[in-house]
Design a protein around this ligand. Structure first.
Ligand SMILES: [Zn+2]
Length: 274
């Protein structure tokens, strides 16, 4: 292990920097997807003076710190949000690669990283606009299919007693077990309690996480979402509320610890109901 340490340090540094640059692209997605703007053409502009941001000022995290969070040409403050998204994505990639031991499960680590990036986009875009992009949802569904083909499920679904040939059934039921009830709520409340985007998001992440994972994800979303909702209502009396950010947070946690949390609940908590 110790003789491998230098290799791990090089790999982890690279993974973090790669995550940060993808984070830069996620900022573009968060900002442009709701407006149906192209993700590739045109450089970024200052929100306040419209000046195109120069290439040398586009280095993730570093540029924002060097410019002390201000536009070079007009001095208007630039939101720390961009830097936060970049750093967050870098740290998430680093965490996933360490947690899933990159040497042993490289493909699974990469797929979970991509899932996390998609969830970061959903989190911030829904927070800003109350919209969840269908492109991002389709991307998550594709990752779920990929995950089915490449992952070593004996590792991911450990002590779950599942054989390989019923894993696809688990994923398929996972796609509907939360999203169908949500769809009903969405229809009955005419979209007031829940958006159609939330329904599609839980179908896609359910396909990825399977039954136990998606239920854990939804439980975490309910808990964190109600806390955030109460804080928001207390702060500005606002009851317009995006649920997507909390569904993303729950899904991200469930992608790592979903099976363990589900098993822990079943082993320790079900007694209190009987
Ligand atoms: Zn400016």
């Amino acid at each position: 292990m110790t003789e491998l340490l230098p290799y791990y340090i090089v790999i982890y540094t690279f993974v973090f920097l790669f995550g940060v640059s993808i984070g830069s692209f996620l900022n573009v997605c968060i900002y442009r997807l709701p407006k149906e703007e192209s993700l590739i053409k045109r450089n970024s502009h200052c929100m306040s003076c419209g000046e195109e941001i120069k290439r040398r000022d586009l280095i993730p995290i570093v540029s924002w710190c060097l410019l002390k969070g201000k536009c070079r040409s007009c001095g208007a403050p630039i939101s720390p949000r961009y830097t936060i998204v970049e750093a967050l994505n870098g740290l998430l990639y680093l965490f996933v690669f360490i947690y899933f031991d990159v040497m042993q499960f490289p493909l699974h680590a990469i797929i979970v990283c991509l899932l996390f990036s998609a969830l970061v986009v959903v989190f911030f875009m829904d927070l800003d606009t109350q919209l969840i992009s269908n492109y991002v949802v389709i991307f998550i569904a594709l990752l779920a299919v990929l995950e089915y083909f490449v992952s070593d499920y004996t590792y991911i679904f450990d002590n779950n007693g599942m054989t390989y040939d019923n894993i696809w059934k688990n994923q398929l039921v996972g796609a509907f077990i939360v999203s169908l009830p949500l769809l009903l709520i969405e229809i009955l409340s005419k979209g007031r309690a829940m958006g159609r985007g939330d329904v599609y998001l839980m179908a896609a992440t359910g396909l990825f996480l399977g039954i136990k994972g998606v239920i854990v994800a939804f439980a975490i979303a309910l808990i964190t979402g109600s806390v955030a909702g109460m804080i928001q209502k207390h702060k500005n009396g606002d009851s317009v509320f995006a649920f997507g950010p909390w569904l993303s947070l729950g899904s991200a946690i469930a992608a790592i610890w979903g099976q363990q949390l589900g098993n822990f609940y079943l082993a320790n908590m079900t007694g209190i109901w009987s």
